[in-house]
Design a protein around this ligand. Sequence first.
Ligand code: LLP
Length: 457
Amino acid sequence: MEDKKSFLKEKIDIKSPNKNIVPLTTSVGSDGKLSIGGCSIEELVKKYDTPLYILDEMTLRSSCRAYKKALEKYYPGESLTIYASKANSSLFMSNLIASEGLGLDAVSEGELLTALQGGVPNEKIVFHGNNKSDKEIKFAVENNIKVIVDNDYDLERLEEISNSLNCDLEIMVRFTPGIECHTHEYIRTGSFDSKFGFGIEYLNILFTKISNTKHLKLKGLHAHIGSQIFELEPHKDLGEIMVNVILEAKKHGHDIKKLNVGGGLGIKYTENDDPPSIDEWVKTISTSVVKACRKFSLDLPILMCEPGRSIVSTAGITIYKIGASKEIPGIRTYLSVDGGMSDNPRPITYQSNYSACLVSNPYNLNSKKKYTIAGKHCESGDVLFKELELANCRTGDLICVFGTGAYNNSMSSNYNRIPRPAALLVCDGEAEIIQKRESPLDLLKYDVLPDRFIKQN
Ligand code: LLP
């Protein structure tokens, strides 16, 4: 019986990586085994062990370029793509983003530091967050990084800093546009009931407050309506709403030069997903902003967008080794792998679905069966796949999970004191380490036993 796994047979869309399940360089060799970036996965595992995160450089760069190219094509004004580094933050990612000329969005001192040390120029970094610490705000200002004001507390502190420095400070403000979109409620941020940003109804008061400060100069607006969005309409509406807010701000004497429309474009995790392409998404936003600006005879602002998932997710895969199996007759067969919710908390958090295959038999040739793929953590909900069709497999076989580049490594934990996996970059048949594998000993590094306990034992 031959049943080629259909997502591996699909024609790869090289222009818009988010429309593929697999990285652009995925291939199945004459030996019938899976390779990415010209590297045999089996060989990588022999050298680097499992679980293993792998990023494909070609897919990453193609995503960055697709955004840049689409903005140049559809937006006649100045523009900047800003990578939302929460999706996957590392020295390597910051460096790649800088080398592609993109900007970067950070939400903590850790992300800011990673961006700066990776080489992202400070003028291309924006600093977000609904509860920035004093230390973080100070760090951003000292490093000339644009702060996106999320609430009155941010505003008060920035006013204080600018007064004490006696110099002008450019700011942007984040507001919630009141747009609903169809995505998981935990990753919906544009509706009125959100912890992020100012309510749109409060903006007139806010604009007056900013006018009354001595040194704060409002130069930009930001909104982000949610993540993993497949519809285009909400972003079309967002463009119009934001231009209307520019007009409101103008009435208060604020000259808005920058519009940051956030991120949110979805990616294809499974065959049921059909996200718009990067080109279509950028076209929708650009057209909507340009049309609204023309209507009100406004100069075009610098248009910024802030994609995270659609830059990095499809470039990433995770490789696990199958260990124990347990058949419950008439119910299911569990296959347990050597990772799970600590390296990928998305299934247990958002009931997310992924696609996967066996590394040694990616096309599911010969007999196949439905398995439940369980993680190794002490939690019944630690299940990566409730039902996954695979060719007959056994202990020691490798499973490749696709689309794990975003919000896997960055949301990973050490639950059950499980060390984080290593991460590799693959390109043209070469693999390089971009994150060392943690060891159990590493996890003891920050534990402290007070002296009196040492004496007791
Ligand atoms: N800009 C802001 C202000 C954001 O809050 C986010 C994501 C983005 C940009 C990037 O959105 P993206 O293009 O990646 O959709 N952990 C969740 C996703 C949380 C998204 C948080 N904010 C998940 O694993 O699905």
